[in-house]
Ligand binder design. Structure first.
Ligand code: SF4
Ligand code: SF4
Length: 177
């Protein structure tokens, strides 16, 4: 059974907690996540808890009242993303690249050039949601394989209120187990 620890927590509560504490807890969260990965005896158990917390976090947080990821992170875009998005927009791929992307020569991939993302609408909704980059679709990588991305969860907890919530609740669960 999924245990909802914070049944009465609202979006505003979660955002207030994140605003007050995310940066303050960054170092402790880094240590916690590193030790969780190092000492873990059951990745399956951590993944199960992470999925519960992911669902709980996103039942509280309203992404359209946040959009902090789209406002602050330069998004990675691959060739498949470019093909899908340009077909949707009716643009030539090279026109799209010139208009929106920078090439990361070292990594041989592209990033959206500007933040906030040019595809973020004034209503905080993605204007290309159905064809958005794979990196956006997967964000914040807390739904599965939680321990594979621990280094990202540390920095994402500062960017994303939902990740901060998940990490904080994970700490509580682990203290009790
Ligand atoms: S930063 Fe997190 S909570 Fe905010 S919009 Fe992005 S995914 Fe949703
Ligand atoms: S493409 Fe859409 S989901 Fe991705 S960063 Fe831009 S606005 Fe956000």
């Amino acid at each position: 059974m999924t245990e909802r620890l914070n049944a009465n927590k609202t979006h505003d509560d979660l955002i207030a907690d994140w605003t007050a504490n995310a940066e303050k807890h960054e170092e402790k969260n880094y240590q916690f996540l590193r030790n969780l990965k190092r000492n873990c005896t059951s990745f399956e158990n951590v993944d199960r808890i992470a999925l519960e917390l992911h669902q709980e976090a996103f039942s509280i947080v309203d992404c359209t009242r946040c959009a902090n990821c789209c406002k602050t992170m330069p998004v990675i875009v691959n060739d498949e993303d470019i093909a899908r998005i340009t077909e949707h927009l009716g643009m030539a791929p090279e026109e799209f690249v010139a208009a929106y992307l920078d090439k990361d020569e070292k990594e041989n991939r592209y990033r959206i050039r500007t933040v906030p993302c040019p595809f973020l609408g004034e209503d905080n909704k993605c204007k290309i949601y159905d064809v958005r980059p794979r990196a956006c679709k997967g964000y914040p990588y807390t739904e599965k394989d939680f321990l594979r991305s621990t280094i990202y969860h540390t920095s994402n907890a500062v960017i994303c209120p939902a990740v901060f919530y998940i990490v904080e609740q994970m700490k509580k669960r682990m203290r009790r187990s």
